[in-house]
Design a protein around this ligand. Structure first.
Ligand code: FAD
Ligand code: ZN
Length: 467
């Protein structure tokens, strides 16, 4: 292994090859569920350095794990426990290379923090619409490698829809320069789409050309209280018909999920009293503040008349709008402060969500009395974060140890039953690898393995993840 370490040092300089000291920021995942040990943490600062690192790993047959902000939720961004894998951190590859306002594109290196890309676009009066609670630390490379979703998918699509071109270092250490800003390009297989969502198992993304949008003239945010999930789906339909493409966000939160936020962050203002379900709506309006507000009021009035909602609050300032989003975005943290939980990031046909939740809640409560269901998510995209927390006062770690597989079985069988997906936005990583092997069609798995074999014949790119 000294041969490999020497090769890594000559690729990036000895100071950027970390082998001693506390490397837990790189080796421990965000949820603290996976702690690995890296042979070395390597921090290249250019595409050429990334390529040299990959070539060194390929020559020595060493596995390598790409890492951006290490906010991934499926245990894909940290090395395994073997002490043989090289962790390649893209954090220093963080330049905005270009902005083309007329083409509505921005080219950023993989280690750019998402928020920095949003800010760079805003400085030109433009919008990069990808938005998620980890945006202060997750990176563009990680967003694309996981095909991240977030809170504006309803209007602008997920990371895949916002990427026009990629630069990638292949498993052989060659650079594919595919940084096109084209919106149309039908020249054979779409390699870009292959790398997006591949979770570091096919190559290392080093830069991307991203699609920008005009900044909307105004944004409106509202909270609504609803008696049932059926009512939430009805409100979504009504909002889509009245607001059309202006509807940019539709987030649902159960009473228990918001209750956790109340409990752990009592200082956060809550515009509405507790209700069985709370929906956060966001619209982007091209005409201005007043117009947005009156459209929201008309929508909420008709929802009230139809009995879909029991109460509502429209934000009247940017500060109030931020406070509403803050509630939604604090759920993952409140949940993690409450203790370990079993996460399910599922996609379902929107029309079947109320029935799915009612019957799956009942099945879980029957199998595990007292279990707590933390239910929230991007209802407008048919994406629920359907999480299961151990009964109050119990030992969460032993609940997970004893029951995680059975809980997953109940939830994922129900997901399969309605034609859903076991991963809407977080990916497969280590956490869902076995579940994927069990539930994806054999034909699909065989094609995925063929792609992996063709692009990474030595199996050095994030080994043991996804497949
Ligand atoms: P990492 O965690 O570092 O890596 C994630 C995966 O991508 C790993 O498999 C890694 O090997 C691979 N990877 C990273 N960089 C590269 C690269 N340059 N080339 C190739 N492979 C690479 N996700 C959503 O989709 N929607 C949400 O709303 C959302 N909300 C979140 C909220 C919180 C509080 C947290 C902690 C996470 C959330 N996530 C969400 C998950 C996570 O933030 C996103 O998936 C994010 O896109 C990961 O980016 P990262 O830079 O942290 O990647
Ligand atoms: Zn989400």
């Amino acid at each position: 292994m000294t041969g490999l370490l020497d090769a890594l040092r000559s690729a990036v300089g000895a100071a950027q090859v970390l082998v001693d000291g506390d490397l837990s920021a790189y080796e421990l995942d965000w949820r603290k569920r996976y702690r690995g040990r890296a042979l070395a943490v390597v921090r290249p600062a250019s595409t050429a350095e990334v390529a040299a690192v990959v070539r060194a790993c390929a020559e020595h047959g060493a596995g390598l794990v790409a890492q951006g902000g290490n906010t991934g939720l499926v245990g894909g961004s940290v090395p395994d426990a073997s002490g043989t894998q090289v962790l390649i951190s893209l954090a220093r590859l963080n330049r905005i290379r270009a902005i083309d306002a007329a083409n509505l594109t921005l080219t950023a290196e993989a280690g750019c923090v998402l928020q920095a890309v949003q800010v760079a676009a805003a400085a030109q009066g433009l919008l990069f619409p990808l938005s998620l609670a980890a945006e202060g630390s997750c990176t563009i490379g990680g967003n694309l490698a996981t095909n991240a979703g977030g809170t504006q998918v309803l209007r602008y699509g997920n990371a895949r829809a916002l990427c026009l071109g990629l630069e990638v270092v292949s498993a052989a250490g060659e650079v594919w320069r595919g940084l096109s800003g084209l919106r149309k390009d039908n020249t054979g297989y779409d390699l870009r789409d292959l790398f997006i969502g591949s979770e570091g198992t096919l190559g290392v993304i080093t830069a991307a050309t991203l699609a920008l949008y005009p900044q909307p003239a105004a944004r409106g945010t509202a909270l609504a209280a609803l008696p049932s999930l059926d009512a939430c789906v009805s409100l979504l339909q009504l909002a889509q018909s009245q607001l059309g493409a202006s509807l940019t966000g539709f987030e649902v939160m159960s009473a228990y999920a918001l209750g956790l936020v109340r409990h752990h962050f009592p200082q956060l203002p809550q515009a509405l009293p507790p209700a069985p379900w709370t929906v956060l709506l966001e619209q982007s309006d091209s005409e201005g503040e007043q117009h947005a507000r009156s459209r929201f009021e008309a929508l909420l009035e008709s929802a009230l008349e139809r009995g879909f909602i029991s109460d509502a609050a429209v934000a009247s300032s940017l500060e109030q709008s931020r406070a509403m989003w803050h509630l939604r975005e604090s759920i993952p943290m409140a949940q993690s402060l409450e203790g370990l939980n079993i996460k399910h990031d599922i996609a379902l046909p929107i029309s079947l969500i109320p029935r799915f939740v009612a019957s799956t809640d009942a099945a879980l409560l029957q199998a595990f009395p007292g279990v707590r269901l933390v239910n929230f998510g991007h209802l407008g995209d048919g994406n629920l974060h359907y999480n299961v927390q151990a009964p109050a006062g119990g030992d969460a770690a032993s609940f997970l140890r004893d029951h995680e597989a059975a809980v997953n079985g109940i939830v994922y069988d129900a997901v399969d039953g309605v034609g859903g997906s076991i991963s809407a936005e977080h990916g497969i990583g280590t956490l869902k690898r076995d579940e994927l092997a069990r539930r994806k069609s054999p034909v699909a798995l065989q094609m995925m393995r063929a792609i992996k074999q063709a692009l990474d014949p030595l199996t050095i790119m994030n080994p043991g993840r996804v497949l």
